[in-house]
Structure formats: structure tokens, C-alpha cells
Design a protein around this ligand. Sequence first.
Ligand SMILES: [Zn+2]
Length: 273
Amino acid sequence: MPSEFSPRWAELLASAVSRPGLLLEAYRRFHGYSLGNQCAALVQCHLRALPPGPIATLQKWNTLGRSVRKGEKALVLCMPVTVRVRDDAASPGPSGPAQLKTVFVWKPRWFVLAQTDGPTEPPPLPIPAWDEARALEALSVRRIPFAHPDGNVQGYANARTVAVSPLAQLPAKTLFHELGHVLLGHTTDPAADQPELPKSLVEAEAEAVALLCLEALQLPGAEYARGYIQSWYGSGQPLPEGSAARIFKAADTILRSGRAEAPPVAAPERQAA
Ligand SMILES: [Zn+2]
């Protein structure tokens, strides 16, 4: 059944870029979910004038002693679904070879606290702290000493190493930008079947990753990253859907990697890419 709200990553990213504070609120409210789902949940709360709060499935609310009010419509989030794919679609016999494949689909299954009734409220989630050393280790990225003769260069990335100039104006922004290049695959040769991205798109993607990370963690530099991406949008080139999906995934991976707690694995906390 088609859902009324069918988000596109490019639109969610455009919302996060054009509305300062949206990503921060989404991260604070919904950080147990993937960054893309955080944005999707918050945008839907805003669209329906629902106060953002804890979200859970109907079954989960029931186990927490709360019930979803009659007539409430579920929020749509992206979740992984395992499907069987036959090698030969022409012979769908029960004995035919089948492979399991994970696909990502939008499903209406989640309700926000304000859509539920019950005697107790769940305790607020603490905001997880982010640690650079932990993130770099989890990402298998090494920070190397800056060795570039040009004083205007803020940082660079190569393979799985990043360098940030000791004179960088916004060191956190530069670090996340360079980590963005690594996680987006810009520092490795593109696969044979993938076209090489234009340089301007490569830079906009890395800067968008920096923007999402800086805003989620409330670090300085987000407004500069925002200005850069808005000027890019202003040139009449909205970031394409594929880029937006990869940007959300890269920023989500960076944020998760630096957290103290073990990364959650249960659905729907993974995200399409
Ligand atoms: Zn760059």
C-alpha cells in the first residue's frame, strides 16, 4: 500500500541544509536511529505538528506499558528487509536456487510518544559523547602529520589517512570534511562500473558530511559548511539522490564510530546507501 509520506534522501538532505538546527534536533531526539531516519522522523513530526519525542513500534510501546491511540498514523522510516531472489526468475519452482538479499524500504511502523497513552513515560535517552580517537580506530582511518607547503590548504585525505593543518581555521570542520572524502570512497579508485564524480560534486559531498556531523555534535563551523553547500545548490545543482544517500550514510557512520556505546544493530537502525 503506498504511503502518503515517501521521503527521498535528496529532499531530507535539502531540509537539513536549508534549516539550521533541524539536524541537531533530529540527532538529539532520535540518535538511536540512522541519521537519515532521524531526519525523516523529525520532518514527519513537523509536517503533522506532532511534538518530537521517543519513537517506537506499536509492539514496543505495548511492552513499555503504553498504547497507540486509535486512528494515529504511523511514521515512515527506512528499514532493511531480507528478500529471496531467484537466480532464474523464469523458473519459480520451489526447488530453484534462491539467494537472500537485503533491500531498504520505507515502512509505516513507528509512533512518537505523543501518539500514545499510558501511565509511565520512557526515560530520555542520554546524548552520546563523541570521541575522535575512538572514531578513527573504528573507521580504520589514521591521522597523519600535516605536510603540505601551501598555507591555504586546511587538510587533505589520502587512502585511509587524513591530515589537518595546525593552522586550520575550523579544525573540526576540516577533519569531518576529510573523513567524508575517505568514507565516501573519494580516496580510492572508483569501481570499474562507476563513473568518476566531477570535482565540484566530490567537494560538495564531503562538505555536506562535515555539515551533518558538525551540526549533530554542535561543533563550530556548521554555518560555513552550510554556506558552501547552499552556494552549490544556488548554482542550480541540487545534490543528486545517490549523493544524498551516501552523505547520510557516511555521516551516520562517523557519528556512530565515535560513540562510547556499541553500535546498535537492530532494525531499522541501518540505512540504505
Ligand atoms: Zn575536499
